[in-house]
Structures are given as C-alpha cells and as structure tokens.
Design a protein around this ligand. Structure first.
Ligand SMILES: [Zn+2]
Ligand SMILES: [Zn+2]
Length: 254
C-alpha cells in the first residue's frame, strides 16, 4: 500500500498544511488543509475518509471536498468516524447553516456524503488491506488508525496524550513498520499537554519503551515554529529509536 503525506502540521502558515494522509488514491485519513492540494480529478477519486476526531485542523476541508467532488461522483463519499465525532459534524458543520447537510443534499436519494460509525478495535477492509481504529486519549473522543497491507503496517496516532491502550495495540501489531505519532508540546508544557490530550517528548519516550521491535518513527503535529526545538528534545530522550520529523510530500510504501 502507498501512503502520501498531504499535511502533517499542527497549524497553517506558508507551506504548512494540517493533517491529511492519502492512502492508495481513494482513501483519506483526516481531511485537514492538506486535502486542498489535491486536483479535482484526485478529489473525485476519493471514496472514503477516516476521521480521527472532530477538531477543525483534522476536518477543515471535509465540507468543501464533499462539495467539489460531489456532483461528479456516482456514490456518496463515505466518512468513517466515532459516533461522537459524527454527532459534532452533523450538529455544527453539516447543519444547513454553516454548510449544507450533504447527507441529504442535493437529494436524499443521491447525497454527496454518508457517515459510518466505527468503534475502537473495528477493522474495515480496503482494496489491498485493512484499517483498524486504535484507542486514543484526547480532549474530545478520538481514535488512531492502523493500516495493514498484510506484509507490514503503518500506525497513525491522531491527536492523543499518553494512552496505555494505544501502546498495547501496537505491541500486538506484529508487522508494524511505521509509527506516525504526534508531539505537540515541549516537555516544559507537560501539564498543558495532559489537559489538552497531547504528547510531549517525555511521554513519547515512555511509549517507545513499550515497542519490542525496531520501528520507523515519524513525528507529526508539532507546534508551528517550535519544530526544531521539539525534535531536539525527542532525539535526546528516545534511547534506541531515531525518530524523524515527517514532512508534507513524503510517501511510504508498506
Ligand atoms: Zn485535536
Ligand atoms: Zn490536531
């Protein structure tokens, strides 16, 4: 399988885009501002979106993606998310005020979008593999995802603080090759990180100790403007691992 990074920043400015991962040309994980760089033909080719949670940096372009591609597609765009995430999007985005309710528009028979609720641990089969929702702990209900091609797998934490169950899931993923994990705050902001449901370099190091095998670690969602400082702290604390900052445009085959 092939995963391309369209956006991996905690904020915008210049070349930075918020979280959006493209999987095999027909699937997105999160729909932050990175999705806006897809041309129309590629937007039309997106059949499904897996959301980690309802925060705007992860869903910002979902309303406009549904709108731009909708009239060219025969099937609705399927959006997989926790029931709580779906409830927020229905109440506050696709509510006929901020944006049309594309679950019944332009017509109830041929809507542009449909929601599918998922739960932690559930797997959805894809053309060449499967994707499983992983536990996470954030300010709002959230999941991570594990994409498994059968040969190897790619885990993405979404937004989370240290979550015991997340690391337990990774221990069970025997073919784990890549772990893309957030590191929003510096170690000096650990209290703020716990309250807001984010990671620090020290919390990451605690998790890495749980990994029983070599894994390619990719750091995402760093505070804009603090990337270098955050990476220095991570490298100083990561022991036998050598995490790298992930960047927009990177492609992973697994
Ligand atoms: Zn968030
Ligand atoms: Zn975020």
């Amino acid at each position: 399988m092939r995963l391309s990074i369209l956006g991996c920043s905690g904020g915008i400015s210049g070349d930075l885009r918020t979280t959006c991962l493209l999987l095999d040309e027909d699937t997105l994980i999160d729909c932050g501002t990175g999705a806006g760089d897809l041309g129309l033909a590629r937007m039309i080719g997106i059949d499904r979106v897996f959301l980690t949670h309802s925060h705007l940096d992860h869903v910002a372009l979902l309303p406009m993606l549904a709108d731009s591609a909708g009239s060219f597609r025969n099937e609705p765009l399927t959006v997989y998310a926790l029931p709580e995430t779906i409830a927020v999007l229905k109440a506050h985005v696709f509510n006929s005020h901020l944006w049309p309710d594309y679950t019944v528009q332009p017509t109830p028979e041929r809507p542009y979008l449909r929601f599918m609720a998922i739960r932690v641990g559930q797997s959805i089969l894809l053309k060449d593999g499967k994707i499983t929702a992983l536990p996470a702990e954030h300010a709002v209900p959230a999941v991570g995802y594990l994409v498994d091609s059968g040969q190897s797998s790619f885990a993405f934490s979404g937004d989370t603080t240290y979550c015991e169950a997340f690391w337990e899931s990774l221990e069970k993923a025997e073919n784990l090759r890549h772990l893309m994990i957030e590191a929003t705050f510096l170690e000096s902001s650990r209290e703020r990180a716990k309250i807001s449901g984010h990671m620090t370099p020290g919390l990451l190091a605690k998790g890495f100790e749980r990994l029983g095998r070599p894994v390619d670690i990719l750091i995402t969602h760093m505070e804009a403007g603090r990337e270098e400082e955050t990476m220095q702290e991570i490298l100083a604390l990561s022991g036998r691992f050598t995490p790298k900052a992930v960047s927009r445009g990177q492609v992973f085959e697994f």
